[in-house]
Write a protein that binds this ligand. Structure first.
Ligand SMILES: Cc1cc2nc3c(=O)[nH]c(=O)nc-3n(C[C@H](O)[C@H](O)[C@H](O)COP(=O)(O)OP(=O)(O)OC[C@H]3O[C@@H](n4cnc5c(N)ncnc54)[C@H](O)[C@@H]3O)c2cc1C
Length: 304
């Protein structure tokens, strides 16, 4: 049994690992990938203190280099189950079962699906969740972005570099993205914002041909587009904490904000998977650092 397992390769998990390494903990970082949501960042990151503007790829590389510098032990695997055992936790990761005295869950969140007809059918054939990955395929075509938050506007800004036209479809009466992002989108001359649009379905034959929505007056509108990028919020990856931690109605893990500990002693949460209000890279990194320090305190308490 080791002291600590950290699950998650986003900024929260990587920062937790950096802090755990500096505390000389006997620990392991388990992650499906490195970077987490940062990897889906459409434009440069401009708000990580001290770095000015930096691409997501470069920021992820900097985090990884820091892990390597500290010789952090990493297991690339998906955690499917966590159980409480007498001395700590049993973690099923890929084909392995690992045990630790303390555990930090920093598994972040994943894009929320629209759950409408045609969405799953056309994934990879017009429907996508990552404009950076798939945007260039839609060069000189018309596409829709569903959602009105910052990630929707950033996707639209990225897409506007390639496509003929981007429709932003927001179900509410106003977009909630930062005013700066809304201004930038308007300035492209290619982005049209459609408010009060309730998305009904995606249609096509082999590939997407239309997105159909209901407008404020209840009329059904069919918009001819060849791409649909869904940016409708996130689902926290908290399912395996059920029973061990309290989960709020948004699916986020609840914790004591002073110690990051959940209702189960030795179980900590950090970053976007938790109920921390602000979901940002620097916040996730800070929360990961706090969770690692709190886990260190816990370990010293149970094993002075
Ligand atoms: C499009 C977009 C743009 C953004 N732009 C900015 C920005 O400009 N500035 C900013 O500050 N923030 C931005 N954010 C928010 C920021 O990316 C997140 O707040 C931050 O990445 C959260 O970090 P995290 O470590 O908590 O979770 P995540 O980044 O979600 O990382 C979670 C990690 O856990 C891993 N994981 C999940 N489940 C398992 C499992 N079962 N087993 C193993 N590993 C697992 C994932 O693979 C991933 O490595 C943006 C987010 C998006 C989506």
């Amino acid at each position: 049994m080791i002291d600590l397992i950290i699950i998650g390769g986003g900024p929260a998990g990587m920062a937790a690992a950096i802090y755990a390494a500096r505390q000389k903990s006997d620990f392991l970082l388990i992650a499906k990938d490195f970077g987490g949501q940062m990897a889906a960042k459409e434009v440069e990151i401009e708000n990580y203190p001290g770095l000015g503007k930096i691409s997501a790829r470069d920021l992820i590389a900097k985090f990884r280099a820091h892990l390597e510098q500290l010789d952090v032990a990493v297991e690339i695997a998906e955690v499917s189950r966590v159980d409480k055992i007498k001395e700590g936790f049993k973690v099923a990761a890929g084909k392995k079962t690992l045990e630790s005295r303390a555990l930090i869950i920093a598994t972040g969140s994943a894009p929320r699906l629209l759950d409408i007809p045609g969405e799953k059918e056309f994934i990879g054939r017009g429907v996508g969740y990552c404009a950076t990955c798939d945007g260039p395929l839609f060069s000189r075509r018309e596409v829709a972005v569903v959602g009105g938050g910052n990630s929707a506007f950033e996707a639209a800004l990225f897409l506007a570099k390639f496509v003929k036209k981007v429709y932003i479809l927001e179900r509410g009466p106003r977009a909630i993205a930062d005013v700066a992002n809304q201004e930038l989108a308007r300035k492209t001359g290619k982005v049209e914002i459609i408010l009060n649009a309730r998305i009904l379905r995606v249609e096509g034959v082999n590939f997407v041909k239309n997105i159909v929505y209901q407008d404020a007056a209840g009329a059904e509108i069919s918009l001819p587009v060849e791409g649909v990028f869904v940016k409708a919020g996130n689902r926290p990856a908290s399912s395996f904490a059920e029973g061990l931690a309290e989960i709020n109605d948004r699916g986020e893990i609840k914790f004591d904000c002073a110690t990051h500990e959940t209702k189960t002693p030795g179980l900590f949460a950090a970053g976007d998977v938790s109920e921390v209000k602000f979901k940002q890279i620097v916040v996730a990194a800070g929360e990961g650092a706090k969770a690692a320090m709190a886990a260190g305190e816990y370990l010293r308490k149970i094993n002075p």
